[in-house]
Design a protein around this ligand. Structure first.
Ligand SMILES: [Zn+2]
Length: 278
């Protein structure tokens, strides 16, 4: 009888100890336990597998479509100014931890990486997309609203370098733009060195250039972006979730949304990435 009491008391104490650890994070939907566990999973960066943080967790459509505010999510952190060009940039903690390791290694080699864009939610992407769509921002010197009346043609021009809201990898907290969002910059002496370093080393930290030069293996999709890098261990997981859960019916709420299905943005853009990033 005494033994039962000891076992029961021990079990009860264990449960009491576990309650605060397993307490679910109400904002992100991920258990706190997974979040705490993730930061220490260094070995996953090299294996390029989704960390335990989310591997057993399902993500909802809202998250995949970027319909949240990263500043309010516990799974996200603000990027320090030492490695960004401005305040208010957010990344998922796992992405940020991996980036910091890469940033420090680059610094030792005399390369200064600077994040110029990180998580962009649906609202931000809508703003960027609609500025080009409506002619408020010129695209290759052209006001698209005044020059390109066919919505499909107009969308395809905007899609050279900008994603439709709801389809950007920047929604996921896994993707970053580095140093300058112009390919020309990476042809300058400084830019060349940065790009060379990234090509040789980024994969060691789990990062991959998502939009490489178009070729037979990447015949459709965005133009080359030497500045856009994805944290693959996580992004791979979100991409798989996206393909499973999001359909063309979910892509609406912005100017030109009706072109998404005809252009097949999921197939021709979201899936048209560098094969090394898959
Ligand atoms: Zn980007």
């Amino acid at each position: 009888m005494k033994n039962y009491k000891i076992v029961f008391f021990g079990f009860f104490t264990l449960i009491l100890f576990l309650i605060p650890v397993l307490e679910f994070n109400s904002k992100s939907g991920y258990p706190e336990f997974f979040i705490l566990n993730s930061a220490e999973k260094k070995e996953n960066l090299h294996k390029q597998e989704a960390p335990d943080t989310i591997i057993n967790t399902t993500v909802d459509k809202k998250y995949l479509l970027g319909k949240f505010n990263p500043a309010e999510e516990r799974a996200f952190v603000e990027v320090d100014l030492k490695c960004a060009n401005r305040k208010g940039l957010y990344l998922r903690k796992e992405t940020y931890d991996a980036f910091i390791k890469m940033f420090e290694a680059a610094l030792k080699d005399g390369i200064e990486l600077s994040i110029i864009s990180a998580t962009r939610n649906f609202k931000t992407q809508k703003y960027l997309w609609e500025r080009k769509w409506s002619g408020k921002k010129l695209v290759s010197g052209k006001n698209l609203a005044k020059n390109i009346y066919n919505p499909i043609k107009r969308a395809i021009i905007v899609l050279k370098y900008s994603s439709m809201p709801g389809t950007s990898r920047h929604h996921w907290g896994t993707d970053i733009d580095l140093n300058k969002d112009k390919n020309d910059y990476f042809l300058t002496d400084k830019g060349k060195k940065i790009y060379k370093w990234l090509k040789e080393n980024a994969h060691l930290y789990g990062f991959c250039q998502t939009y490489t030069q178009k070729d037979s293996l990447r015949a459709t999709g965005y133009e080359e972006e030497k500045w856009h890098w994805s944290y693959i261990p996580l992004a791979k997981f979100f991409l798989a979730q996206y393909i499973n859960k999001v359909s063309y019916d979910d892509l609406k709420g912005f100017m030109g949304w009706e072109t998404a299905k005809e252009i097949k943005v999921i197939q021709n853009y979201i899936l048209a990435i560098n094969k090394d990033c898959k």
